[in-house]
Structures are given as C-alpha cells and as structure tokens.
Design a protein around this ligand. Sequence first.
Ligand SMILES: Cc1cc2nc3c(=O)[nH]c(=O)nc-3n(C[C@H](O)[C@H](O)[C@H](O)COP(=O)(O)OP(=O)(O)OC[C@H]3O[C@@H](n4cnc5c(N)ncnc54)[C@H](O)[C@@H]3O)c2cc1C
Length: 402
Amino acid sequence: MDMDFTAADLAFRDEVRAFLAAELPQRLRDGMTGTPSVFVEPDIGLEWQRILHAKGWLAYHWPEAVGGTGWSPVQRYIFEKECALADAPSLSVLGLRLVGPVIAEYGTPDQKARFLNRILTAEDLWCQGYSEPGAGSDLANLKTRAVRDGDRYRVTGSKIWTTHAHYADWMFCLARTDPDVKPQAGISFLLLRMKQPGVTVRPIITMAGDHEVNQVFLDDAEALVCDRIGEEGQGWTIAKFLLENERGGGSAAPRLIAEVERLQRLAANQPDGFGGRLGDDRATMERLARLKLEAEALEITELRILAELAAGKKPGPQTSLVKLVTSTLRQHIDEAAVDLFGQDGLQLATERPLYGNESPEPIGSKAAQMVMPTYLNSRAWTIFGGSNEVQKNIIAKTVLGL
Ligand SMILES: Cc1cc2nc3c(=O)[nH]c(=O)nc-3n(C[C@H](O)[C@H](O)[C@H](O)COP(=O)(O)OP(=O)(O)OC[C@H]3O[C@@H](n4cnc5c(N)ncnc54)[C@H](O)[C@@H]3O)c2cc1C
C-alpha cells in the first residue's frame, strides 16, 4: 500500500488551493459554516455547483465517458480535503453521487443523454424515494406499488424522510412492480416527475427547526416505462449499487479534522467561567485532541481504501466501517462543541437561514449560535444511509463471519 502523494499529486493540490482562493466567494464559505442541517440549501450549494461546473471540476465521481474529470481516487481525495479546509459548501449528493452514477452505469444511451447533463447544470434537482413508513432498514419490505399501464406505470404509495423533495424536479424511487415473487426480485428502479398531479410533498420539520426532509405521497402518479432504469425487477441490484456509492469511497475525515481544529481555535479564547480560558483547561483540550486523533485515524483508513480503489479493487465491508466511525465521531464532535460554549451553546434559533444579513442576532457569538441546531440535526448521521446497528450487522456478517 502506497499512501504518499506523488509530485504530480502535490502540484494538483496547489492548483486546487489556488482555485479555491480565487473562486470560492466568502459568502458561500459563510453559508457553509452557517448551515446547521445535513445538506446545504440550494442558494449556497447550487452556486458552488455552477462555479465548479464552469471549471469542469464537478462530475469527479462520474466516468470520463459521461463528463467525469478523469481524476484518480487520490486526486478526488485531495480535492475534497482542500474544499473542506476552505469551508466550501458540500455538494448535494442526490444527483451527483447517487442517481448520476446509476444512470451512467445502468442507463440506456437515451437516458444518459436526457438526464446526465441536466444534473450537472442543475436544471434538474433530484430526490431519493427509497424509505417508506414501514420500510427503512428493511428496505426490501417496501410497499409502494407500480402497475404497468401501456407505456407508463401508475405509482401509488408513500415515501418518507425524502431529503429536499420540496426542491426536486425528479424522484428516483424503488417501487414494487411484481408482488408475487420474493420481495427483492419484485422491485424496479423508476424515475418520476415531482411536478404532476399525483405527487404531494408534506414537510417534516426537524427538532432544530430545519425543513430538510419530507413525506411524499404518490397517488396514481405517473412514471414512464422509458424512464425505468435497468430491467423490470432489477431495482434491488441497482439500489445496492447506489447505496455502496452513498456509504463509501468518500472522504469525510478532512471535514471532521477541520471542524475539530476550529473548535481548538475557539477554545483558546472561550472563557472557562472562572476567569481563565478553556484553551488552558487540560480536560477540554485533551478531549479535543482525542477527537482529532480519531479523525486522523479515520483519514488513514480512508486513504487505505483509496489506495485499494486506485489499484482497481472494489470497496468491501470497509464502507460500513467508515460509515459507522464517521457518523459516531461526527456526533461526538458536535457534543463537544455544545459543551464548549456552556450556556450560550444552549440557544436554539429556529429562524432560517443562519447566514446572511437577515439571520437572527446570536447570543454570545455566531459560533455559539450554530452548535445546538447542529447538534440536534447531527442525530441523523447515525440513521440515514443505513443506521449504525445495520452497519454493525453487515460488519458482523462479512468481517467477523458471525
Ligand atoms: C435526515 C435524514 C435524511 C434522510 N433522507 C432520506 C432520503 O432522502 N431518501 C430516503 O429514501 N430515505 C432517507 N432517510 C431515511 C433513512 O435512510 C432511514 O431513516 C433509515 O434507513 C432507517 O430507517 P427507519 O427510519 O425506517 O428506521 P427503522 O428501520 O425502523 O429502525 C429503527 C431502529 O431499529 C434499528 N434496527 C432496524 N433493523 C435492525 C436490525 N436488523 N438489527 C438491529 N437494529 C435494527 C435501527 O438501527 C434503528 O435504531 C433519511 C433519514 C434521515 C434521518
């Protein structure tokens, strides 16, 4: 395993740094640090997406044949790390990381031509219709039914926790096209338009006050057969391909390291309530140092996975390990942030956004205002994309052979 960066990698890192210094507006950096929810809002995310698209650096997870950058896994890592260090807005994964690679892998030439470029230009925004009220971890139990009617399906059911459904033009969804075979075999992967009479989106407001997720009701909604990805009944295979992309091959550690370093800087000036500074408090600084070490250990694991990907190997159960460690660590960091600010860390501003001229006045500091809503929203990390318990089950089965 070779984890050292080559001279070419280092030159690429410098190029990325220079680009970020010149092209990433402060307003977008403030938008990122002023976002307590998991996803950034389109006003921040899409502007950054357009800047990257103009540079030709947007589709770096896609094959070159459909507009990808052709970067090596190491270059992708360097890019994501530099973006994290510069507080660049996180890009929405729904089109770029989830359905885009699925269409690139399983779509027909016509589907690739119709959908892929519009993801890059943000003409189409997407949402993911997997989870249902009775089918989250047990996804194969999904009940949404799609009945063939000539050149279309009539889709009826309900999807829940659907991130950014209120912005989406399209939903990629799993629906049952055959109820008479074993559950996994009767599922198809359909694309349907959100703006049609049979689709109703109802907001779910998180306990921090954010409108990020929704429940979506499908009542005889229409999905065209020509918009089905893969064969009828192939949905489960495609769903798993997508989930692997959702869980693995990314680089979460750099953002976590940057976050702990920010807390270390803030602690240096934070009063300890006894006339001193938390930066001089041994227990606080040890706690932060420990979190940073854990994030650095995670980074080494991510780099090891990258080295394997660069050698042409497929990601294995490490994706579950990384998902488990990342989400747990993220929550520990968010807990430490609340503790750092004492009483000021307990304020909960529910107005949105928390960036820009219209944002509410903080008590104490802007940084203090961010920690409670971030902490509350952070509960989601160990749930979505496969909960921690589910990841542990996968690890038990595939790594420990239990
Ligand atoms: C912020 C957020 C955004 C989301 N965005 C989307 C989205 O855009 N699209 C989408 O389709 N879904 C989305 N989800 C849904 C997410 O994928 C599900 O919440 C997740 O899969 C868990 O399903 P569930 O909520 O039905 O919980 P359940 O599956 O009912 O689980 C409840 C509890 O039981 C545990 N459990 C379940 N099965 C087992 C088992 N076999 N062994 C041990 N423990 C088990 C779980 O770990 C959990 O603690 C989102 C969720 C959140 C929180």
